[in-house]
Design a protein around this ligand. Structure first.
Ligand code: ATP
Ligand code: MG
Length: 294
């Protein structure tokens, strides 16, 4: 049984402890300082299933990469505006991503807001964005509008993270068309894999028709509870299905995330010593080590 591979005492050949994904659990080195900045690699955080940790991952991965000296732009691409709220940015009566989509000649820099985290900026969203699909559906090259918007500012950042809404509609297709890579967060519960095949099919269609270089950067297991057999079994199934595409870093389940969201802060600032904050820092290091981020 795969679960026994993970016994705490088990070590790999290079003496690293076995991690929850059944592979040696490396720490990953602190990313080297960058000499210059940009152009950004753009990564979409995508899963049409709701509540799997897309927004939580965008916030905390963004803050973790900024912590390592990367210039980060987070794009709220969900009309719920949870990313904006989670980073303490108010969205009422301010220009948002919606205004940029409707008028791509508008200067994106006027819409970008600094967050309280150094090197972390955001393009906010609010409920206006829910009208975007209807407005954009008759546009020429309607799938490429976000790509055009982000092209304006890509040279100012090392990485741009797009927090997608839970749907595979035109907005998500815009996010995939604008991106170099995709991270798929998966909640470690029974229906985790339901819908992932459809999502991967959508990514492949976008690759064939719109964005030939898009790459799956990895699947990220979230809300993992090592105490439950259920969580462990789900993670085993995910690794069986996707192998090395499953990121080694696994995010544990903890109430600290809802607490941090309420405070409008990344967990790396709300509770920097908490294992969950350390997990997102590790995820940032893993993505640099894998070459997904500069
Ligand atoms: N590792 C975790 N442990 C416990 N709770 C978590 C964890 N990650 C996220 N949550 C909580 O789960 C809920 C859903 O997370 P989040 O909003 O990040 O998911 P999402 O995929 O962006 O959802 P949506 O599809 O609605 O946009 C939130 O209340 C969040 O605080
Ligand atoms: Mg979300």
């Amino acid at each position: 049984m795969a679960a026994t591979k993970r016994a705490a005492t088990r070590k790999s050949a290079d003496d690293a402890p076995m991690g929850p994904t059944g592979r040696p659990y490396h720490g990953f080195p602190t990313p080297p300082k960058l000499d210059g900045h940009g152009p950004a690699r753009i990564i979409a955080l995508c899963n049409q299933k709701g509540g799997v940790g897309k927004t939580t991952t965008t916030i905390n991965l963004a803050a973790s990469l900024a912590n390592y000296g990367r210039r980060v732009l987070a794009v709220d691409f969900d009309p719920q505006g949870a990313l904006s709220a989670g980073l303490g940015v108010q969205t009422h009566d301010v220009p948002t991503i919606y205004d940029l989509l409707l008028d791509p000649k508008r200067d994106a820099r006027e819409v970008i807001v600094r967050t309280d985290t150094p090197d972390l900026d955001i393009i906010p969203a609010n409920i206006d964005l829910s009208a975007a699909e209807v407005h954009l559906v008759n546009e020429v090259a309607r799938e490429m509008i976000l790509a055009r918007v982000l092209r304006q500012v890509a040279s100012d950042y090392d990485v741009i993270l797009i927090d997608c809404q839970p749907s595979l509609g035109l907005l998500t297709v815009n996010a995939l068309t604008a991106s170099h890579g995709v991270i798929i967060p998966l909640e470690c519960e029974f229906f985790a894999l339901r819908g992932v095949a459809l999502l991967i099919e959508t990514i492949e269609k976008v690759r064939d028709r719109l964005n030939p270089t898009i790459k799956l950067d990895g699947l990220l297991a979230t809300m993992y509870d090592s105490r439950t057999l259920h969580s462990r079994e789900v993670l085993d199934r995910v690794v069986e299905a996707f192998g090395d595409d499953v990121l080694e870093t696994v995010i544990g389940r903890t109430v600290k995330f809802p607490d941090a969201s309420v405070s409008g802060m990344p967990i790396t600032e709300f509770a920097p010593e908490h294992p969950a904050a350390q997990a997102y820092l590790r995820l940032a290091r893993e993505l640099v080590a894998r070459g997904a981020v500069a």
